[in-house]
Design a binder for this molecule. Sequence first.
Ligand code: SF4
Length: 278
Amino acid sequence: MEIHVVKEAGFCFGVKRAIKLAFDAVKTKNGKVYTLGPLIHNPQVVEDLRKKGVHVAKNLSRNQKGTLIIRSHGVHPEILKRIKERRIKVIDATCPFVKKAQGMAKLLYDQGYQVAVVGEAHHPEVQGIVGYTNNSALVINHNRMRKNLPHFEKLGVVAQTTLNIEAFGQVVDKLIENAEELKVCNTICHATARAQKATLKLAGKVDMMIVVGGHNSANTTRLAKLCRRLGTPTHHVETARELRRVWFKDKKSVGVTAGTSTPDWSINQVVERIKSFN
Ligand code: SF4
Protein backbone atom coordinates (compact mmCIF):
# COMPACT_ATOMS: atom_id res chain seq x y z
CA MET A 1 0.00 0.00 0.00
CA GLU A 2 1.34 3.41 -0.98
CA ILE A 3 1.14 6.17 1.64
CA HIS A 4 1.14 9.81 0.49
CA VAL A 5 1.32 12.70 2.94
CA VAL A 6 0.19 16.22 2.02
CA LYS A 7 3.29 18.45 2.25
CA GLU A 8 1.26 21.41 3.53
CA ALA A 9 -0.39 19.35 6.34
CA GLY A 10 0.03 20.37 9.97
CA PHE A 11 0.87 23.47 12.00
CA CYS A 12 0.30 26.74 10.15
CA PHE A 13 2.22 29.94 10.67
CA GLY A 14 -0.36 31.35 13.14
CA VAL A 15 -0.35 28.25 15.35
CA LYS A 16 3.47 27.98 15.36
CA ARG A 17 3.65 31.63 16.37
CA ALA A 18 1.09 31.21 19.19
CA ILE A 19 2.89 28.16 20.61
CA LYS A 20 6.26 29.92 20.49
CA LEU A 21 4.81 32.96 22.29
CA ALA A 22 3.37 30.63 24.97
CA PHE A 23 6.67 28.82 25.57
CA ASP A 24 8.60 32.11 25.62
CA ALA A 25 6.13 33.41 28.22
CA VAL A 26 6.76 30.40 30.49
CA LYS A 27 10.52 30.97 30.25
CA THR A 28 10.55 34.70 30.77
CA LYS A 29 7.53 35.68 32.88
CA ASN A 30 7.05 35.41 36.62
CA GLY A 31 3.82 33.84 37.83
CA LYS A 32 1.34 31.57 36.07
CA VAL A 33 0.81 31.67 32.31
CA TYR A 34 -2.75 31.16 31.02
CA THR A 35 -4.41 31.02 27.66
CA LEU A 36 -7.98 32.25 27.41
CA GLY A 37 -9.56 29.01 26.18
CA PRO A 38 -7.38 26.21 24.74
CA LEU A 39 -4.51 27.72 22.71
CA ILE A 40 -5.34 25.48 19.74
CA HIS A 41 -8.02 22.89 18.98
CA ASN A 42 -5.86 19.86 19.67
CA PRO A 43 -6.26 18.19 23.10
CA GLN A 44 -2.85 16.42 22.95
CA VAL A 45 -0.96 19.67 22.30
CA VAL A 46 -2.99 21.50 24.99
CA GLU A 47 -2.05 18.76 27.49
CA ASP A 48 1.61 19.04 26.48
CA LEU A 49 1.45 22.81 27.00
CA ARG A 50 -0.12 22.31 30.45
CA LYS A 51 2.72 20.02 31.50
CA LYS A 52 5.17 22.74 30.45
CA GLY A 53 3.36 25.44 32.46
CA VAL A 54 0.78 26.91 30.05
CA HIS A 55 -2.64 26.57 31.72
CA VAL A 56 -6.12 27.08 30.29
CA ALA A 57 -8.45 29.69 31.83
CA LYS A 58 -12.04 29.04 30.73
CA ASN A 59 -13.12 32.61 31.48
CA LEU A 60 -11.65 35.87 32.58
CA SER A 61 -11.96 35.66 36.37
CA ARG A 62 -12.11 38.71 38.70
CA ASN A 63 -8.83 37.94 40.40
CA GLN A 64 -6.90 36.70 37.38
CA LYS A 65 -3.15 36.95 38.01
CA GLY A 66 -0.08 36.12 35.97
CA THR A 67 0.14 36.43 32.20
CA LEU A 68 -2.76 35.86 29.83
CA ILE A 69 -2.22 34.76 26.24
CA ILE A 70 -4.84 35.64 23.64
CA ARG A 71 -4.99 32.68 21.27
CA SER A 72 -4.66 32.79 17.49
CA HIS A 73 -8.49 32.97 17.05
CA GLY A 74 -8.47 36.42 18.67
CA VAL A 75 -11.15 37.69 21.06
CA HIS A 76 -14.13 40.01 21.18
CA PRO A 77 -12.93 43.63 21.72
CA GLU A 78 -15.06 43.84 24.90
CA ILE A 79 -12.95 41.06 26.44
CA LEU A 80 -9.77 42.85 25.37
CA LYS A 81 -11.06 46.01 27.02
CA ARG A 82 -11.83 44.16 30.28
CA ILE A 83 -8.36 42.58 30.28
CA LYS A 84 -6.74 46.02 29.89
CA GLU A 85 -8.95 47.58 32.60
CA ARG A 86 -7.87 44.88 35.04
CA ARG A 87 -4.22 45.55 34.17
CA ILE A 88 -3.58 41.87 33.50
CA LYS A 89 -0.32 41.18 31.69
CA VAL A 90 -1.32 40.12 28.20
CA ILE A 91 0.42 38.55 25.23
CA ASP A 92 -1.62 38.89 22.07
CA ALA A 93 -1.11 35.80 19.87
CA THR A 94 -4.04 36.67 17.57
CA CYS A 95 -3.01 35.46 14.12
CA PRO A 96 -2.29 38.33 11.69
CA PHE A 97 -4.82 36.79 9.25
CA VAL A 98 -7.52 36.96 11.94
CA LYS A 99 -6.48 40.55 12.72
CA LYS A 100 -6.95 41.33 9.04
CA ALA A 101 -10.51 39.89 9.12
CA GLN A 102 -11.29 41.89 12.29
CA GLY A 103 -9.86 45.06 10.70
CA MET A 104 -11.82 44.58 7.46
CA ALA A 105 -15.07 44.02 9.39
CA LYS A 106 -14.46 47.21 11.39
CA LEU A 107 -13.62 49.21 8.25
CA LEU A 108 -16.80 48.06 6.49
CA TYR A 109 -18.86 48.86 9.60
CA ASP A 110 -17.29 52.34 9.87
CA GLN A 111 -18.06 52.92 6.16
CA GLY A 112 -21.76 52.24 6.80
CA TYR A 113 -22.01 48.71 5.40
CA GLN A 114 -24.17 46.05 6.99
CA VAL A 115 -21.44 43.50 7.66
CA ALA A 116 -21.95 39.78 7.03
CA VAL A 117 -19.45 37.21 8.32
CA VAL A 118 -19.58 33.90 6.45
CA GLY A 119 -18.70 31.13 8.90
CA GLU A 120 -19.78 29.32 12.05
CA ALA A 121 -21.61 31.50 14.57
CA HIS A 122 -20.36 29.56 17.60
CA HIS A 123 -16.69 29.73 16.56
CA PRO A 124 -14.63 32.05 18.81
CA GLU A 125 -12.92 33.64 15.80
CA VAL A 126 -16.28 34.59 14.26
CA GLN A 127 -17.60 35.90 17.60
CA GLY A 128 -14.49 38.08 17.87
CA ILE A 129 -14.93 39.46 14.32
CA VAL A 130 -18.60 40.28 15.03
CA GLY A 131 -17.39 42.31 18.03
CA TYR A 132 -15.54 44.67 15.67
CA THR A 133 -18.87 45.68 14.12
CA ASN A 134 -20.37 46.71 17.45
CA ASN A 135 -22.07 43.28 17.46
CA SER A 136 -24.18 44.25 14.45
CA ALA A 137 -22.79 41.77 11.89
CA LEU A 138 -24.94 38.96 10.51
CA VAL A 139 -23.32 35.54 10.62
CA ILE A 140 -24.15 33.48 7.56
CA ASN A 141 -23.52 29.76 7.80
CA HIS A 142 -22.37 28.55 4.38
CA ASN A 143 -24.07 25.16 4.97
CA ARG A 144 -27.44 26.51 6.05
CA MET A 145 -27.91 29.81 4.30
CA ARG A 146 -31.10 31.55 5.39
CA LYS A 147 -33.66 32.01 2.61
CA ASN A 148 -35.34 35.10 4.07
CA LEU A 149 -32.42 37.50 4.26
CA PRO A 150 -33.57 41.12 3.97
CA HIS A 151 -32.39 43.48 1.24
CA PHE A 152 -29.53 45.85 2.14
CA GLU A 153 -28.38 49.05 0.53
CA LYS A 154 -24.74 48.41 1.37
CA LEU A 155 -23.60 44.92 2.29
CA GLY A 156 -19.98 44.14 3.20
CA VAL A 157 -18.85 40.52 3.44
CA VAL A 158 -15.87 38.89 5.17
CA ALA A 159 -15.07 35.20 5.71
CA GLN A 160 -13.99 33.09 8.66
CA THR A 161 -10.27 32.61 7.90
CA THR A 162 -10.49 28.81 7.58
CA LEU A 163 -13.46 28.77 5.20
CA ASN A 164 -13.23 26.93 1.91
CA ILE A 165 -12.95 29.40 -0.99
CA GLU A 166 -15.65 27.65 -3.09
CA ALA A 167 -18.12 27.75 -0.18
CA PHE A 168 -17.39 31.45 0.29
CA GLY A 169 -17.90 32.07 -3.44
CA GLN A 170 -21.26 30.27 -3.41
CA VAL A 171 -22.55 32.41 -0.53
CA VAL A 172 -21.31 35.60 -2.19
CA ASP A 173 -23.08 34.59 -5.45
CA LYS A 174 -26.38 34.34 -3.57
CA LEU A 175 -25.84 37.55 -1.61
CA ILE A 176 -25.70 39.58 -4.81
CA GLU A 177 -29.51 39.35 -4.83
CA ASN A 178 -29.68 40.89 -1.35
CA ALA A 179 -27.80 44.13 -1.88
CA GLU A 180 -27.73 47.29 -3.98
CA GLU A 181 -24.01 47.46 -3.34
CA LEU A 182 -21.97 44.41 -2.34
CA LYS A 183 -18.38 44.69 -1.13
CA VAL A 184 -16.50 41.42 -0.63
CA CYS A 185 -13.25 41.07 1.30
CA ASN A 186 -11.51 37.73 0.92
CA THR A 187 -10.19 37.16 4.44
CA ILE A 188 -9.51 33.42 4.01
CA CYS A 189 -5.96 32.70 5.17
CA HIS A 190 -3.34 31.46 2.69
CA ALA A 191 -2.30 28.54 4.93
CA THR A 192 -5.83 27.11 4.97
CA ALA A 193 -6.38 27.67 1.26
CA ARG A 194 -3.07 25.95 0.36
CA ALA A 195 -3.70 22.96 2.66
CA GLN A 196 -7.24 22.49 1.30
CA LYS A 197 -6.10 22.67 -2.32
CA ALA A 198 -3.27 20.16 -1.79
CA THR A 199 -5.57 17.84 0.18
CA LEU A 200 -8.23 17.83 -2.54
CA LYS A 201 -5.60 17.16 -5.21
CA LEU A 202 -4.36 14.12 -3.30
CA ALA A 203 -7.88 12.94 -2.35
CA GLY A 204 -8.72 12.73 -6.05
CA LYS A 205 -5.92 10.24 -6.64
CA VAL A 206 -5.96 7.81 -3.68
CA ASP A 207 -8.31 5.03 -2.50
CA MET A 208 -8.80 6.51 0.96
CA MET A 209 -7.93 9.63 2.99
CA ILE A 210 -6.94 9.82 6.65
CA VAL A 211 -7.38 13.29 8.15
CA VAL A 212 -5.47 13.85 11.39
CA GLY A 213 -6.42 16.45 13.98
CA GLY A 214 -8.61 17.44 16.92
CA HIS A 215 -12.26 16.42 16.63
CA ASN A 216 -12.95 19.96 17.93
CA SER A 217 -10.90 21.58 15.17
CA ALA A 218 -13.07 23.35 12.58
CA ASN A 219 -10.45 23.34 9.85
CA THR A 220 -9.62 19.63 10.34
CA THR A 221 -13.30 18.70 10.23
CA ARG A 222 -13.66 20.80 7.09
CA LEU A 223 -10.78 18.95 5.39
CA ALA A 224 -12.52 15.63 6.09
CA LYS A 225 -15.83 16.99 4.75
CA LEU A 226 -14.18 18.21 1.54
CA CYS A 227 -12.56 14.81 0.93
CA ARG A 228 -15.88 13.00 1.52
CA ARG A 229 -17.69 15.43 -0.77
CA LEU A 230 -15.23 14.43 -3.48
CA GLY A 231 -16.40 10.83 -2.96
CA THR A 232 -13.18 9.54 -1.41
CA PRO A 233 -13.69 7.27 1.64
CA THR A 234 -12.33 9.35 4.52
CA HIS A 235 -11.63 8.85 8.24
CA HIS A 236 -10.97 11.73 10.66
CA VAL A 237 -8.76 10.59 13.57
CA GLU A 238 -7.31 12.55 16.45
CA THR A 239 -4.54 10.06 17.25
CA ALA A 240 -2.90 6.98 15.67
CA ARG A 241 -4.72 4.74 18.18
CA GLU A 242 -8.05 5.47 16.46
CA LEU A 243 -6.90 3.84 13.20
CA ARG A 244 -8.52 0.46 12.40
CA ARG A 245 -6.68 -2.20 10.39
CA VAL A 246 -9.92 -3.16 8.61
CA TRP A 247 -10.15 0.29 6.93
CA PHE A 248 -6.97 -0.48 4.97
CA LYS A 249 -8.02 -3.89 3.64
CA ASP A 250 -7.70 -3.98 -0.18
CA LYS A 251 -6.53 -0.35 -0.35
CA LYS A 252 -3.67 0.25 -2.76
CA SER A 253 -3.04 3.90 -1.89
CA VAL A 254 -3.82 6.07 1.14
CA GLY A 255 -3.50 9.82 1.54
CA VAL A 256 -2.75 11.51 4.86
CA THR A 257 -3.51 15.14 5.63
CA ALA A 258 -3.94 17.18 8.79
CA GLY A 259 -5.46 20.38 10.11
CA THR A 260 -3.45 23.50 10.90
CA SER A 261 -3.51 22.66 14.63
CA THR A 262 -2.01 19.16 14.23
CA PRO A 263 1.64 18.71 15.27
CA ASP A 264 4.12 16.85 13.04
CA TRP A 265 4.68 14.15 15.69
CA SER A 266 0.99 13.26 15.56
CA ILE A 267 1.04 12.99 11.73
CA ASN A 268 4.22 10.85 11.93
CA GLN A 269 2.63 8.48 14.46
CA VAL A 270 -0.34 8.01 12.13
CA VAL A 271 1.93 7.30 9.16
CA GLU A 272 4.00 4.79 11.17
CA ARG A 273 0.85 2.94 12.30
CA ILE A 274 -0.48 2.79 8.74
CA LYS A 275 2.90 1.36 7.65
CA SER A 276 2.56 -1.36 10.32
CA PHE A 277 -0.70 -2.50 8.63
CA ASN A 278 1.16 -3.08 5.35
S1 SF4 B 1 -5.28 28.73 10.07
FE1 SF4 B 1 -4.65 30.67 9.13
S2 SF4 B 1 -5.78 32.21 10.30
FE2 SF4 B 1 -5.81 30.35 11.52
S3 SF4 B 1 -4.04 30.53 12.85
FE3 SF4 B 1 -3.36 29.40 11.04
S4 SF4 B 1 -2.48 30.96 9.67
FE4 SF4 B 1 -3.75 32.01 11.20
